[in-house]
Design a protein around this ligand. Structure first.
Ligand SMILES: Nc1nc2c(ncn2[C@@H]2O[C@H](COP(=O)(O)OP(=O)(O)OP(=O)(O)O)[C@@H](O)[C@H]2O)c(=O)[nH]1
Ligand SMILES: [Mg+2]
Ligand SMILES: [Zn+2]
Length: 306
């Protein structure tokens, strides 16, 4: 039988096939942890257990080739790729204006990760009922000019949910963002279900991780789904070379072809068109600083891996 993985824990996966959910275990060679052998969104071949007494409903035998996926770097233990979800149509970066405060560096990293996977992304700014600080509003302004749909929402008051639904319609969307931004709350509202959410602790303003496993929530329309993911503290990029980073930021990418040297890193090289555009205000200084920060962290992590 053929189905799609909608949930996975260390021991089992849930596969949906023709609207029916099967709890499956994994064939031996699919149990290698760390290599992402089976992830949420994968299309798999599975067989049903004949013996009704067995714990699982079936067993996943093989995984079809992934078309596209969203991954980040996981630094626990040995650094490795962590695939959040596969075979989605787009990424929604969910951040909150306050509690926790939006980190623009993390937003920029997430947008880069999506772009390099060929996934379009939208930006969701949640908790607008708490008020949007002026400096946040100011810094958000650039995103629509870069082609990103910017949606302001409140899962609390319902503001902006129509707009969000409009942008999710008919597509499989993976929601990613810091812990406590309100991903599960938004999904609960949009799909009319009740996902576990938890108050953000005032203590450190960081939020705890309430969602602990990636879950694919099928929507009503064929092909539509919203994928909930555990929040992150800071998004670390996986598999991107320092030299290619600027290509995945549209405002920088528009200028890199005009740099004098084609291996320009846009730091202080002579004839750098990116620096020129920062000077003239065509590229926002804040976005350029974000680029430099990301570049430094990617180089630093690369060194650490050696
Ligand atoms: N004021 C306000 N609070 C909200 C809003 N959306 C969510 N919250 C609250 O924020 C807290 C965190 O929400 P969650 O939905 O659990 O956040 P999450 O992004 O799923 O967090 P993780 O699962 O840890 O990644 C909960 O107490 C929610 O009630 C909102 O729009 N406004
Ligand atoms: Mg959650
Ligand atoms: Zn340059």
């Amino acid at each position: 039988m053929r189905g799609q993985v909608i949930f996975r824990s260390s021991r089992e996966v849930k596969v949906i096939s023709d609207g029916q959910v099967f709890r499956c275990d994994l064939a031996g060679r699919l149990r290698k942890e760390g290599k992402n052998p089976v992830v949420v969104g994968d299309w798999v071949e599975f067989e049903r257990n004949e013996n009704a007494d067995r714990e699982a409903d079936g067993r996943v035998l093989s995984v079809e080739e992934r078309k596209v996926w969203l991954s980040r770097r996981r630094d626990v233990g040995r650094a490795r790729e962590l695939i959040l979800a596969a075979n989605v149509d787009q990424v929604a970066g969910v951040f909150s204006v306050q509690k926790p405060n939006i980190k623009f560096g993390a937003l920029d990293r997430l947008l880069m990760a999506s772009a390099c996977m060929g996934l379009p992304s939208i930006v969701v700014i949640n908790k607008v009922d708490l008020g949007i600080p002026d400096d946040v509003e100011e810094r958000l302004r650039v995103y629509p000019t870069l082609g990103y749909q910017l949606i302001r929402t409140s899962a609390e008051t319902g503001e902006g949910l129509d707009d969000l639904e409009e942008n999710l319609r008919g597509k499989a969307t993976v929601l990613s963002g810091p812990s406590g931004a309100g991903k599960s709350s938004l999904i609960s509202k949009v799909l009319g279900i009740d996902l576990k959410t938890q108050e953000v602790s005032d203590h450190n303003d960081k939020g705890r991780h309430t969602t602990t496993a990636v879950t694919w929530h099928p929507g009503e329309e064929e092909g539509s789904a919203i994928v909930d993911t555990p929040g992150f503290r800071d998004w670390a990029l996986w598999g991107l070379e320092p030299r290619e980073l600027s290509h995945w930021m549209p405002d920088l990418a528009a200028h890199v072809g005009d740099c004098r040297f084609n291996d320009c890193m846009h730091l202080k090289e002579p004839g750098c068109a990116v620096l020129g555009a920062v000077e003239s205000g065509e590229i926002e200084a804040r976005r350029y600083r974000s680029y430099v920060g990301i570049l430094e962290s990617v180089i630093e992590r690369q060194d650490r891996d050696r």
